[in-house]
Design a binder for this molecule. Sequence first.
Ligand code: ATP
Ligand code: MG
Length: 183
Amino acid sequence: MQITELRIAGFKSFVDPQTVPVEPGLTGIVGPNGCGKSNLLEALRWAMGASSAKAMRGGEMDDLIFSGAQGRPARETAEVTLVLDNSQRTAPAEFNSSDTLEIVRKLRRGAGTSYKLNGRTVRGKDIQLLFADASTGANSPALVRQGQISELIGSKPQNRRRILEEAAGISGLNTRRHEAELK
Ligand code: ATP
Ligand code: MG
């Protein structure tokens, strides 16, 4: 699977709908302080199912919605779409029925979040599993947040273990085991 496009609207400083193509290979995001580089990566992580306020640098989920700036009123919704190329058919079995996967995560002020996968309503957990099985995802070591290296150095052994499990690609199995134990 390969991310080919990120669409973003009403999310943090990205008020107008924008489409960001993601080419194969290394992608760099450059710009002056405060221009939205970290917000863009947060949008990516959010669409992958990130839910903790810490991962999103915010207090409340609604803080992710454009809160108004330079005479422009605040928005009521934030929406991020991730387009994945699955032509190699490497997605986990339950998501592997099409060449393109389109994940849409939406947040409505005061009304919480919802996810769609190719137009069908799914749980956040389904999206997290999709990426966990691909050994990547919102918390994966492939996405290193600003300031995260110093956090890692000072973190407890249990937290380091979680990071190593993600890197080894077994965290999806843990999530599935946890779900099975709850049933
Ligand atoms: P740096 O180079 O300092 O790391 P950056 O390019 O990563 O900067 P971001 O942290 O992505 O910048 O963007 C910060 C900007 O996003 C700030 O101007 C802030 O006001 C704006 N911002 C954050 N949340 C919202 C929101 N909910 N609505 C509108 N603007 C927001
Ligand atoms: Mg930044």
